[in-house]
Design a binder for this molecule. Sequence first.
Ligand code: C2E
Ligand code: MG
Ligand code: MG
Ligand code: MG
Length: 280
Amino acid sequence: RAKSEGRDCYRTFTPSMDETIKLRSEIEEDLRRALANGNELEVHYQAEVDAATGTIVGLEALVRWLHPTRGLMLPEQFIPIAEETGLISVLGEGVLAEACRVARNCPGLFIAVNLSAIQFRSSDLAVRLIAIARNAGCDPRQIELELTESVLLDEDDTARTTLIALREAGFRIALDDFGTGYSSLSYLREFKVDKIKIDRSFTQNLGHDAEAAAIVTSVVTLGHAMGLTVTAEGVESRAQMQLLAAAGCNELQGFLFSRALPENAIAALLASNAKLRDVA
Ligand code: C2E
Ligand code: MG
Ligand code: MG
Ligand code: MG
């Protein structure tokens, strides 16, 4: 079919689509190279604070790509390509290894690491992640693995089995971007998680629409009834912070407290913890 339509297809193939495909394959090639030998990929860390005290309780590891010609690239520019090409497994495991090393230098704090739904398709994911923590001399209890609801939508039992093994090894599990996925509530019953992170879209609408506040309050009530920690993402203003704390959120994360910072800025960030406490 494609062949008989070939000419027409080619004619509707606009330069901009052509450019997009070219860019994607260039990024794929560059990413392959960066993962194989470069020091272009970096992990940055963003504070997560206790909502009641403003004390930093954890750091989220967020990958950055310092591309030699394109400059700083954010995850949205290359994570989808890493997912389509399968490179996400190597990338994600590299981020975990870095996070485990940093965790050893930050006793008392958890380090959160994002996992892609694609990684959960490998039946040996738990074995591999446990080995990475062990090799880094890191207690898995210091590591929080963040996944999105799409992982829980998997038809077969691979993700379920993996999550059970990871929790048994001591990793904590957080549901990221909570409220944006499909069928959140039924999956919360089936899969044991430790934390839910309310998506920043709800935080950002706080104060603007009454529904956002109602959703936040409901998620906190639900989460607490299930024994979960509730974190709010994307906190940018004191007003949001106060509303979220009043709603009972346990932890807050957002630019109000800190952006994602390179590893060499962590010490100063932790030292400024007293200042953050004054903000709260
Ligand atoms: P996420 O896991 O929900 O991470 C939070 C994102 O929100 C980060 O964007 C962070 O910089 C941003 N953010 C934090 N506070 C605020 C705020 O107050 N306001 C606003 N507007 N944004 C805020 P970033 O670093 O660009 O990462 C985007 C997404 O890329 C992450 O969302 C995560 O889904 C994904 N990602 C990042 N690193 C990794 C990784 O190592 N592996 C995988 N699989 N995904 C990653
Ligand atoms: Mg996350
Ligand atoms: Mg999120
Ligand atoms: Mg996310």
